[in-house]
Design a protein around this ligand. Structure first.
Ligand code: SF4
Length: 375
């Protein structure tokens, strides 16, 4: 049983245009926003006795910054009506730079949103064009500056690397420009192309290729080195914080197997040994809720072994790694004894380190975190 405080995720399934690399669920018509919000409030009521309290709310999507500040305020009011939201909760919104003007930012700040994640993606014109983003570099710069002026003290910039045609020099230039704003948080995601996305289809047709393992490794190490030199803590494979207090508290819940409730189409939830996810279709979501049913598409019950492997996989994506004694107590598995030889080999090869009862990835291990989970 997990006794950590749960987090709340709200998926806003609307975008004005679809970026050709994106596999998140969203639709480009905003005509159903008010139907969606009515359904979202009903969904909250359906869960009000099952999750309490929360100390993080993450409004993601899709593009939550397409909503008006009044609509966002209504969402937070309904969250507070239905759930116990602790006083110092982290409340994050994902935002497209094109939507951020000073008065909207002021309003968001006033209604209690205290963390903003701006989808900058790149400070390079060509890369932005390739990614099909609807914002410009100029808009990204003014969004960051306006966020500061509006009083946000926890600003995150999302960036993408490994874009075809983007050399390491171009990427480092984006990092340099990002760091110049001293954001509290920077996420650097490697471009991955799902087969059914427009860019995935073009890539499969041979129109371009994405960097291979060796080049990706170089991107990763250069990114980590550059941002650490600039004073950022590389606390998770893709995430950097300008001080531990700025590490995402909400995302930490995914990595340490805390419970979380996901509301809205396609949102995932996790509690004890159960994971479930909502319909990846606004129509199906609305139909279920309006018929008085939870909009759940499927539920999965995880065995202790699945939970253990997941916990290991997720912890090895974080700098703090796994506390072996806790792991043994929680999953009835003594990793250190059971995998002694494999751990010794990985430590000798420089992928992991075992110290003071912790098993954690080295920088080299971080770069190949996905395959380290096999231990
Ligand atoms: S704005 Fe974000 S969620 Fe919407 S299509 Fe682009 S990447 Fe996907």
């Amino acid at each position: 049983m997990n006794e950590k405080i749960p987090g709340l995720y709200i998926h806003i399934p609307f975008c004005l245009s679809k970026c050709p690399y994106c596999d998140f669920y969203s639709i480009t018509s905003i005509s159903a926003v008010s139907d969606f919000l009515d359904a979202l409030f009903k969904e909250m009521e359906m869960y009000c006795n099952r999750f309490n309290p929360f100390d993080t709310v993450y409004i993601g999507g899709g593009t939550p910054s397409l909503l008006s500040s009044k609509q966002l305020e209504n969402i937070l009011t309904k969250v507070r009506e239905n759930f116990d939201l602790l006083p110092d909760s982290e409340i994050t919104i994902e935002a497209n730079p094109a939507d951020l003007n000073r008065s909207f930012l002021d309003s968001m700040h006033e209604i209690g949103i205290n963390r903003i994640n701006i989808g900058v993606q790149s400070f390079g014109e060509k890369v932005l064009g390739f990614l099909g983003r609807r914002h410009s570099i100029k808009q990204a710069i003014s969004a960051i500056e306006a966020s500061k002026k509006a009083g946000f003290h926890n600003i995150g910039l999302d960036l993408i690397y490994g874009v075809p045609g983007q050399g390491i020099g171009v990427w480092l230039n984006t990092l340099k420009q990002a760091v110049a704003f001293s954001p509290e948080h920077i996420s650097c995601y490697q471009l991955t192309l799902e087969a059914k996305t427009p860019l995935g289809i073009r890539c499969q047709a041979g129109e371009f290729s994405i960097p291979g393992d060796k080049l990706q490794y170089e991107f990763f190490m250069k990114t980590s080195g550059f941002l650490e030199d600039a004073g950022y803590i590389h606390y998770e494979v893709s995430n950097f914080a300008r001080g531990h207090e700025y590490a995402s508290r909400h995302n930490q819940k995914y990595w340490d197997h805390s419970s979380f409730l996901g509301l809205g189409p396609s949102a995932h939830s996790f509690q004890s040994n159960q994971r479930w996810w909502n319909h990846r279709s606004l129509d199906e979501y609305l139909t279920s809720i309006n018929a008085g049913n939870l909009p759940v598409q499927e539920t999965e019950t995880l065995t202790i072994e699945q939970l253990r492997l997941e916990a290991l996989y997720l912890s090895l994506r974080t700098k703090k790694g796994v506390y072996l004694e806790d792991f043994k107590n929680q999953y009835a598995y003594d990793l250190f004894t059971e995998k002694k030889e494999l751990l010794a080999k990985l430590e000798e090869e420089g992928f992991i380190s075992i110290r003071d009862g912790f098993l954690y990835p080295t920088q080299r291990g971080f770069a190949v975190a996905d395959s380290l989970s096999l231990i």
